[in-house]
Design a protein around this ligand. Structure first.
Ligand SMILES: C[S@@+](CC[C@H](N)C(=O)[O-])C[C@H]1O[C@@H](n2cnc3c(N)ncnc32)[C@H](O)[C@@H]1O
Length: 391
């Protein structure tokens, strides 16, 4: 009988770096600090706004802030906000460092393991000539040193390994032992909204290490699963991780704006927290490319944190923190997207655009109980926003 999976820890698959006890303590500290900031410190911002910043803004301008931009201006000099914001930024930098240390120490072993784990017939196709998009070259997204694409050594997997562990710390474990909650939750939405969808070929764009890709192997066992990303180190890691977990996926290094797949190749195209990390132009290119790649009746779906229009202005202000403080230049604008407008601009029928909020599959009850809302990729409060269009 297989041992039950421990839902309170990250699953120790073959590619997950082993951590020494001091490294584990450091990582646990970062996870606890993030939880403390999200649950105990961040909520004080609302009080500081209500008792001080809002009144200061009204005294200076003659009106109370009417939207999240004005709340940001009102809070810019508020000491409590500056205190929380500095801690939040520090926790982010500490998180990357804490995830990097064991990877640096064991990189040679990880690279060896990555070369020896082909077991279930998935494939990896890299393109050393790929041009990394400017929107990834110009900034280390969410302060991750080197981003998703930098190879520090030959056959590098370092930033795949760093990302895998850091996501677990970032989400405070609440994306489950496989960090798969966004994929699982998107699938739950798809099964409700499109009960007859039986895709033969599925493409995950911007897959990184495959956290959200692998759930499609189980949810649609008849389908062939493809996944693309621009970053080589994350793809090498993704391939080895998938093979070690017994999931067959065809990974390739491609830009989702213009892929090499033939017209009509896929019945389902999915992205998970990709949209907020691409430029406005690139996001539209990706939608146009998805239109080309979908078969008639096929579906493209994106999963993200909620659009600002669905939130109270103060919550939108808090969620928008990443735009200016966490190297996420496209974060804010991506939260202003209106699916029908994008569909119209990119070849889809706007009447076939859709959106929804889907309760997180993993531990939704716990999320609801604690109501942790930290902002950032992990939206908190146990739900993901999904949007897309049918061809
Ligand atoms: C936040 S990560 C996505 C995480 C992943 N989908 C998951 O759910 O675990 C964004 C990924 O998108 C990739 N990416 C960004 N722009 C891309 C593009 N134009 N084409 C392909 N991949 C892209 C980045 O390299 C990065 O790995």
């Amino acid at each position: 009988m297989e041992a039950a999976i421990d839902l309170k820890s990250q699953y120790a698959h073959a590619m997950l770096p082993k951590v020494a006890s001091d490294e584990a303590s450091r990582q646990e500290f970062v996870k606890s600090l993030k939880l403390h900031l999200a649950s105990k410190v961040a909520p004080g911002n609302r009080l500081a706004y209500q008792v001080r910043a809002e009144k200061r803004y009204a005294a200076a301008t003659g009106k109370t802030p009417g939207n999240y931009h004005e709340i940001r201006k009102a809070m810019a000099d508020e000491p409590y906000f500056c205190f929380w914001s500095a801690l939040q930024r520090n926790s982010q930098e500490m998180m990357w460092k804490a995830a990097q240390l064991p990877v640096e120490r064991s990189l040679d072993t990880l690279i060896d393991v990555s070369k020896g784990t082909s077991q279930v017939g998935g494939t990896l196709t890299l393109n050393p000539d790929i041009e990394i998009p400017r929107y990834h070259r110009m900034v280390d997204i969410h302060c991750m040193p080197g981003g998703y694409h930098t190879d520090f050594v030959e056959d590098d997997v370092a930033n795949g390994a760093v990302y895998d562990r850091a996501v677990y710390l970032y989400a405070m474990g609440r994306m489950g032992p496989f960090n798969s909650d966004i994929g699982d939750t998107t699938i739950a939405f798809l099964k409700e909204k499109f009960p007859d969808l039986a895709p033969k070929r599925i493409l995950d764009m911007g897959c990184t290490v495959g956290h959200s890709t692998l759930p499609y192997c189980d949810a649609f066992p008849e389908a062939e699963i493809y996944a693309i990303d621009v970053g080589a180190p994350v793809l090498r890691y993704a391939h080895a991780r998938a093979e070690s977990l017994g999931k067959k996926v065809h990974f390739s290094q491609q830009n989702a704006e213009a892929t090499t797949f033939e017209d009509g190749s896929f019945d389902l195209i999915v992205t998970h927290i990709l949209v907020h990390e691409t430029s406005h132009k690139a996001m539209r290119n990706i939608m146009r490319e998805a239109y080309r790649l979908l078969s008639p009746g096929g579906v493209i779906i994106h999963a993200e944190t909620p659009p600002y229009r669905a939130l109270e202005a103060f919550d939108a202000f808090m969620l928008d923190w990443d735009t200016r403080n966490n190297n996420e230049p496209y974060w804010g604008a991506s939260h202003e997207i209106v699916p029908a407008d994008i569909a119209r601009e990119t070849g889809f029928d706007p009447a076939k655009a859709f959106e929804g909020v889907q309760t997180s599959v993993f531990d939704a009850a716990e999320a609801e109980r604690t109501k942790v809302f930290q902002g950032g990729d992990f939206g908190g409060a146990g739900a993901w926003y999904v949007w897309g269009a049918q061809k």
